[in-house]
Ligand binder design. Sequence first.
Ligand code: MRU
Length: 339
Amino acid sequence: MDGGSLRTLDWAGGPDGVVEMVDQTALPGAYTVLRIDNVPDMVAAIQRLSVRGAPAIGVAGAFGVALAVRAHGTSGPAFEAAVASLRQARPTAVNLARMVDRAASKASEGFDAVLAEAATIRDEELAASHAMGSLGADLVLDLVGRADIRAMTICNTGGLAAVERGTALAVIQTLHERGRLAEALALETRPLLQGARLTAWELDRMGAPHRLLVDSAGPFMLARGQADVVLTGADRVAANGDTANKIGTFSLALGARHAGVPFIVVAPESTVDADTPDGAGIAIEDRGTDEVVSLAGASTAPDGTAAANPAFDVTPAEFITAVVTDQRVVRLDQNQTPA
Ligand code: MRU
């Protein structure tokens, strides 16, 4: 794995192999590849966001099950505990629990079967990224009557978040490759700056024109007619279309509605959760006080300040124009639902 082709994570080697992943906490300052060979380290990597983004943590969790089988065998309390720790590492993105379960369902067939299932999940997410990029770009060009598109986005939904290429950022990349991107407007994404650190880095790598905004500038820029479309990813899309995504997404949806701009969610089918009827049933991760009262280790609030830190919000379906998956375009504005 090197900096040339951006693959977020993969299994390296045979049965004795490791999971290699780009350490997203080190970007953009350093491109570092971690080599994970046990479940506790995988859980820690997911929780500190060395690997992040719904599709990517799903694949990481699946490879983690292979590490669990190698350490503990195919059944028994230690194996079950390891699988549970992977499954519960983060609560909001449905991909994690879903892909851990999928890989674990092969445990009775042995290590090779589990590893093969994880590799299949990886390959499915890769293919999905290409399909979403293309379907999403077609939809944007259909909805927006301009030759060159100005697209606003939040968090990081690129190759880093989804093995390669990504979801919403894959649409932006496809528009750029088709010569139809005027500009990407990336929100910095407080508190952990996935937009500033990761999306700006990916846009730069792909040579796409872009500007960075503080989060609170998003709705205002929309109101001033500075963007033609908002494209976001998702951590979980409920059956009715309510969508959990990075905190700040809901504000953008409100701003887009106010400005009459399409608001499009781009997420693979693996992120659509038919078992959750609506957004009220989505567990939202709270990441605690430190991320809010400090930045890069330096205090930004008086000592002892209490904080709330929801990592995600839920955008009601009524504010979403469409959900683009790898297989279909669900027009919520035309009363279609994902499940
Ligand atoms: O906390 P993060 O960085 O994992 O949050 C990620 C997001 O909210 C993404 O928009 C979502 O997972 C989709 S990634 C293709």
